[in-house]
Design a protein around this ligand. Structure first.
Ligand SMILES: C[S@@+](CC[C@H](N)C(=O)[O-])C[C@H]1O[C@@H](n2cnc3c(N)ncnc32)[C@H](O)[C@@H]1O
Length: 202
């Protein structure tokens, strides 16, 4: 296992104790299981779909930024938008604690590629803000992500506004995969975890 992959496993361990929505009333902010995300990231990387020098990744509802932190090792820009400012406030203290956790294990620290900010991912003014905060306009995002939330509306927005060939990873599907107009399914079961599907804008 190389340094990056040891760091990924450590990040998954760190966030495993802070999960949301798998029990109780916090379904609206279910958090991605990062242990399932690791094979997905590896699948994308092995398929040549992630490039640390060029890829811009966008989590359309990033919460505490855990997926952004994991993706930050494999992309040039790891951008996240979160509508709830209180939830977004969890990010900085968590990043600091995670960096201490990685340092204690002599693992690679989190790259400086993460840009998170508050806003409604469906609104054009949020896309303007993204360009100011990260330098990346919506039309240059290579890989969009959502954990199920608003997947259909985000799909419509990507079909309308993203560049041709843009990828859309939806986490949370198992057997029945929806189709979105203007997109095709590229990988039905990314990482063979029975949880994520990759679409491509045609
Ligand atoms: C299911 S959680 C997923 C969090 C994170 N992406 C993960 O996978 O661990 C969805 C998050 O999207 C946020 N959200 C909902 N609608 C949004 C919108 N229109 N724009 C931005 N964020 C939104 C919610 O507040 C919530 O924190």
């Amino acid at each position: 296992m190389n340094g990056k992959h040891k760091a990924l496993r450590a990040i998954a361990r760190f966030f495993h104790t802070i999960r949301y929505g798998y029990e109780g009333h916090e379904g609206y902010r279910k958090s991605t299981d990062l242990f399932k995300m690791i094979p997905c990231v590896e699948d994308l990387k092995n398929g040549g779909l992630l490039d640390p020098h060029t890829t811009s990744f966008l989590d359309l509802g990033c919460a505490d930024g855990r997926v952004n932190l994991m993706m930050s090792y494999f992309v040039r820009n790891s951008i996240g938008i979160e509508i709830d400012e209180e939830i977004l406030k969890e990010f900085e203290p968590r990043r600091a604690a995670l960096n201490r956790f990685l340092k204690d294990q002599k693992l690679q620290p989190i790259p400086e590629t993460v840009h998170l900010f508050s806003g409604d991912s469906l609104k054009p003014q949020t896309h303007e803000k993204m360009k100011q905060v990260s330098g990346v306009p919506l039309q240059e995002v290579d890989l969009f992500y959502t954990y199920i939330i608003l997947h259909d509306l985000f799909g419509e927005m990507i079909a309308e506004k993203a560049k041709k060939g843009a990828l859309y990873l939806v986490y949370g599907f198992s057997q029945i995969l929806p189709s979105y107009e203007g997109m095709e399914i590229l990988i039905p079961d990314v990482g063979s975890q029975g949880i994520a599907t990759l679409y491509k804008k045609t």
